[in-house]
Ligand binder design. Sequence first.
Ligand code: RET
Length: 293
Amino acid sequence: MNLIRFVPLLILLSGLSLAQRVQPTTLTTGQFSTVYNFFSFAIAAMGASAIFFFVSRSSVLPKYRLALVVSGLVVTIAGYHYLRIFNSWEAAYTLQNGSYVASGIPFNDAYRYVDWLLTVPLLLLETVAILALPAIQSRGLIWKLVIASFFMIALGYPGEIGDNAARFWWGLASTVPFVYILYVLWGELGQAASRQKPEVQVYSRNMKLLLLFSWGVYPIAYALPLLGITGAGSVVGIQVGYSIADVLAKPIFGLLAYAIAVIKTRQDMGLSEDEDIVLGNVPAGTLRPGATD
Ligand code: RET
């Protein structure tokens, strides 16, 4: 295979890139605060949605709860990592004569990649759980997707912390499993959507579009330095791009999963749109209207 010949080259390039780790650039106060505020926003979005997903677990039928619990775990893990990323950002720069210069403590990109290593497989599980994708469940396709997601993230990291040559080659390598995942999911999600009842169909389609759109933002943000955006502009663009993508891919995606769980619960219980879902396990007679004891 021709591609195999490139492997030593990739290893060499990444070795070089690690040695020449790009130093953080000087940022204006506006650039520094833009990233700072996006991180802060992401922490709030992850934290609040974690509470929401865990609390609303009890308002859907047990068979849909796994998706909500997984969604809650995803945003909890992400919330923790965003706190660490936020602290690392603060530590990486110091204010000097009106601009932010590198403090000498490197900004730690690894938090983000570790976060993805944990949350991407969980997001795949959430998608399978909420749409009950039969082919993925039965043929072990979920494992292939999880393994592909591992390679997508692991191959992207050396490029993230390297120079532009490393970014290009590792980014290219990471795109192979990325395209595979999207190709499989696109087909599966399309089929799943057509199997659902009409009310659920629109949400399943939105889920498919959101998945494609949010996942598509990551490689674009990653590629900014290769598209001629250099220095502070690329530092800010990458962090803002990843933060937006993360908020779309985790809390917003989770909200869609929640909406699907509620609609499916209603359908399974034979309820109309204006009837409340009541899922009580309170023994009969324990709670009487107007009871004072
Ligand atoms: C990298 C490297 C460059 C090439 C590609 C990438 C894709 C990253 C993706 C990450 C998705 C993360 C999600 C996290 C949610 O919790 C690694 C940036 C294709 C698609 C969905």
